[in-house]
Every structure is written in C-alpha cells, then in structure tokens.
Design a protein around this ligand. Sequence first.
Ligand code: AMP
Length: 283
Amino acid sequence: MKIVKTIEEMQRYSCEIRRSGKSIALVPTMGFLHEGHLSLIDEAHKNADIVIVSIFVNPTQFAPNEDLDSYPRDLEKDFKLCKERKVDIIFLPSVENIYPSDISTWVTEEKLSQGLCGTTRPTHFRGVTTIVTKLFNATLPDVAIFGKKDFQQAAIIQRMVRDLNFPIKIVTAAIVREEDGLAMSSRNKNLSCEERKQAPVIQQTLQEARSAIYADNEKCSVNIDLIKDNINLRISQSGGNVDYIEIVDPITLEPKLNFSGETLIAVAAYYGKTRLLDNIVCN
Ligand code: AMP
C-alpha cells in the first residue's frame, strides 16, 4: 500500500495507472475509518482494478463555529484498516497542498445544496463540491464511491458530475449501522456514554415512520406533519435536539406533499455538541 502526500505525485501515479490500462476507484473520506467507510472500499474493489482512499479533513466544509478542531483523527488505525482491506493507495494531502492561500475558484451546486443540511450549514456544500472536484483532479478515477448516510452530499455530487461532465461513475453504498441501529459515523466517537445510548432513537423513529407509511397500504393518507412531529417529539424526549426533519423526493430533494412514490425522510439532530445524520427511503 502506497501513501501519497501531494497532488502532483498523485496525478503522476494515476496517469501511470491509467496508461497501463487499469481502472481506478476513489473513496473520499475524512479518516477515522469505520465499517461504513470499509464497505465503500469493498464496493470500490468491485468496480475497479486500483482502489485509492483519500483521507483529508476538509476545512472548507466546516463553518468557523463547527467541529473542525474536535473532528476525530487516528491515521495509524486508518492505515492498518486500509491495508487489511487491500487498498492500493492512500492519498493524504496537506491543507497547504490542497488550498493555495489565495484560492479564488470554488465549485458550487446551486439547487440541491439549498435545503436540508444547506439551511443551517450554508457554506458546507461549496466546501464539499470543491474538495471532491480537487480529489477527482488529483486521483483521476473512473469510479467514485459515496455513502447514502450523507444522502444529500451523494445527490449533489451526482448532479455536479452530470452538470460538469466529469467522466466518472458515481456509485452509492448503503448505510452501515451499529448493532443498535445507530448509523456509523466518525463523529459517534464524540458522544458521551449517555448520548451514545440515546442516539439510536433517531433510527428507531425513522423505522416507525416507515412502518406507519407502509401500514397505510398505498392510500397515501399519512399526514406529513404528523410524521415529522412524532420524529421530533421522540428525538427531543430522548435528549436530542433536532436540526431538521425533511420529507423530500430522493432525486430532486424537493419537499413532498404526500408519500406517493419514493420518499426520503432525512434527519439531522444534535446529541450534546455532536451533530448526527440519518435517513430512510420509503417506497
Ligand atoms: P466521512 O469520512 O464521514 O466524510 O465519510 C466518507 C464517506 O463515507 C462518505 O461518502 C460517507 O457517506 C460514507 N459513510 C460515512 N458513514 C457511513 C456509513 N455509516 N455507512 C455508509 N457510508 C458511510
């Protein structure tokens, strides 16, 4: 397993790999890897000859009041896990290498980035689309793998790739969960013992919402506001603080008026200072 620390070196390697006729899959991460990330690596192996994992805690997707400084890191463990999972290259650039101090070019997606996480994190997705573009330009992948836990992010990347004609296939992978249902996340490490016990309620309420919708038996008469109120109440009672609960079309991310067709229920909630995301698709 090679560790590559600069864009220039990464581009050289990727050019060589492509010239040799091999395909490349990229798994972009911010490190502190868990089984969710590892499932993306497995998916990457199914899709290409060479697997590159990038590890970069991207400062431009954090607002000044957010948790950049407390974002968990453990590079040694990340290296070990990547090696076990037969990753070919870890791309580990520095902030200085990625962002020139006078950077003045950004990539922005202007529609799907507006709601959900974009409401309370208005600069977040500009940071995401810019870094993903830079990682694409550094690693030159044929395929890139994203998790559905960050559903809005995956939708925005798919839109960006379509709109800007990146010759890259985007593959999305299912959410990997802890045994009690909590979606795996590097940020779970920052939960206190008590918060960790409370947080699985997010997933439980989403499951309950889906059961209520399915029990309705295609009549589409379940009230959207009632579902949102119930999720809100259950999360608040468990000790959480809801940032948003949105019920939207999974492609356009536009709010839905009823549960006909595919529907995404997406939640962001704080337990203590830790912001957690989860979602469920109802069909
Ligand atoms: P992060 O390191 O949190 O920025 O995540 C890197 C990638 O891993 C993103 O595409 C995430 O959606 C994905 N990911 C994070 N957690 C999970 C999970 N529990 N299941 C599946 N994918 C995940």
